[in-house]
Ligand binder design. Structure first.
Ligand SMILES: *Cc1c(COP(=O)(O)O)cnc(C)c1O
Length: 399
């Protein structure tokens, strides 16, 4: 829960992804951590239960608050993100809503980037806004616009980088410095990059949220979320946003699957990135394609920022076809191996149409205003042989 069992913080990323926070000797020598399938925890007497409830004696009470298997996952992700602590949630949306319910009150302003994951957009604009929280949008790639937007003193500055679905990058260091100058907290959704590519806290962010459903789990078999930050803020989020406001506790079995996925995160991210580079260059060279956004392409508008802020360009690509929206849908319907599905970061290559799928939570006017173009295609490049990914794309493009 508190990250103090961290003996390996000075070790490399891959080593920590495998070993951080677990000592086999504590569990009868078991190489793999046990999964604590328990809803509740017992006390020797009522007094010690009272002390746990009062926060005087650290102890697990109930698995909606904490659980040893979730502790290990939280410790491990905190280490990988360079954060003091983390809290696990039942979904990425559980983490995002749990964090925001904990930190805002009516009358506060939350300043968000113009491009956000569809359900985050809906939660803020159609959800929190109903409770008197003011949501304002700004294009955070535009430094002067950020300066102007911060004049109204928002309490939270929230963004994704790369943003879902159009791959715009936000300069974390610069934006965090500006936000801190007006006293705002900075929350970064690090789902697309994963901590292997970008560690927002080292660049000045205060809180990181994740859909662990994506690269962290990595195998398309679970829904989960995580929040990372200081011990103090994470404890507040655990005892309010998680325990009381959302109740969105992660199941221990799913925590175990994420711990398993994390062991190969560096390997997978390197392979996703390498294959995405080959696919992005292939698409860019095709006459049917009008635009390709992948942070490792020299043509990417924020290529320099990507090189500064990301260890590798990652496995996500956004692109458009010259023939427009109708052609995009026909092309997606012709794919044989690449699966038409939302979600991302899985071993399987996944393709989807944000305007009618993940980002249909935006009204058509909002889509136009927020850069979700009708013909945009989002591709999550999987771990299949890249020749097979190219082959499927080629047959669908030329059919
Ligand atoms: C998928 C996603 C979420 C939501 O996470 P769930 O695990 O589906 O609840 C939030 N942010 C981004 C960037 C996502 O891609």
């Amino acid at each position: 829960m508190d990250g103090s069992g961290s003996l390996t913080r000075e070790k490399g990323f891959a080593t920590r992804a495998i070993h951080e926070g677990y000592h086999p000797a504590d569990e009868g020598g078991a190489l793999t951590p046990p999964v604590h399938f328990t809803s509740t925890f017992t006390f020797p007497d009522v007094e010690s239960a009272g002390a746990a409830f009062a926060g005087e004696q650290p102890a697990h009470i109930y698995s909606r608050i904490s659980n040893p298997t979730l502790d290990l996952l939280e410790r491990r992700i905190a280490s990988l993100e360079g954060a003091e602590a983390a809290v696990a949630f039942a979904s990425g949306m559980g983490a995002i809503t749990g964090v925001l319910w904990s930190l805002v009150k009516p009358g506060d302003e939350v300043l968000v980037d113009q491009t956000l994951y569809g359900c985050t957009h809906a939660f803020l604009n159609h959800g929190l806004a109903k409770f008197g929280v003011r949501i304002s949008h700004v294009d955070m790639t535009d430094s002067a616009a950020v300066d102007a937007a911060l004049k109204s003193r928002p309490v939270i500055v929230y963004f994704e980088t790369p943003a879902n679905p159009n791959m715009r990058l936000i300069d974390i260091r610069e934006t965090a410095a500006k936000a801190h100058a007006v006293g705002a907290r900075v929350i970064v959704d690090n789902t697309y990059a994963s901590p292997y590519l970008t560690q927002p806290i080292s660049l000045g962010a205060d809180i990181i949220v994740h859909s662990a459903t994506k690269y962290l789990g990595g195998h398309g078999d679970l829904i989960a979320g995580l929040a990372c930050g200081t011990k103090e803020v994470m404890e507040e989020i655990r005892l309010f946003g998680l325990k009381d406001m959302t109740g969105a506790a992660l199941a221990p079995f799913n925590a175990m699957l994420i711990l398993r996925g994390l062991k190969t995160l560096p390997l997978r991210m390197r392979e996703h990135s390498a294959s995405a580079g080959i696919v992005a260059r292939f698409l860019e060279a095709r006459k049917e394609v009008s635009m390709v956004a992948w942070p490792g392409l020299e043509s990417f508008p924020q290529y320099e920022l990507a090189a500064r802020q990301m260890r590798l360009p990652g496995g996500m690509i956004a692109f458009e076809l010259k023939a427009g929206n109708g052609a995009a849908i026909t092309f997606m319907n012709r794919l044989n191996m690449i699966q038409r599905a939302v979600s991302l970061g899985d071993a399987e290559s996944l393709i989807q149409h944000p305007a009618s799928m993940t980002h249909s939570t935006y009204t058509p006017e909002e889509q136009a205003e927020h850069g979700i173009t009708p013909g945009l295609i989002r591709l999550s490049v999987g771990l299949e042989d890249v020749e097979d990914i190219l082959g499927d794309l080629a047959q669908a493009l030329s059919a």
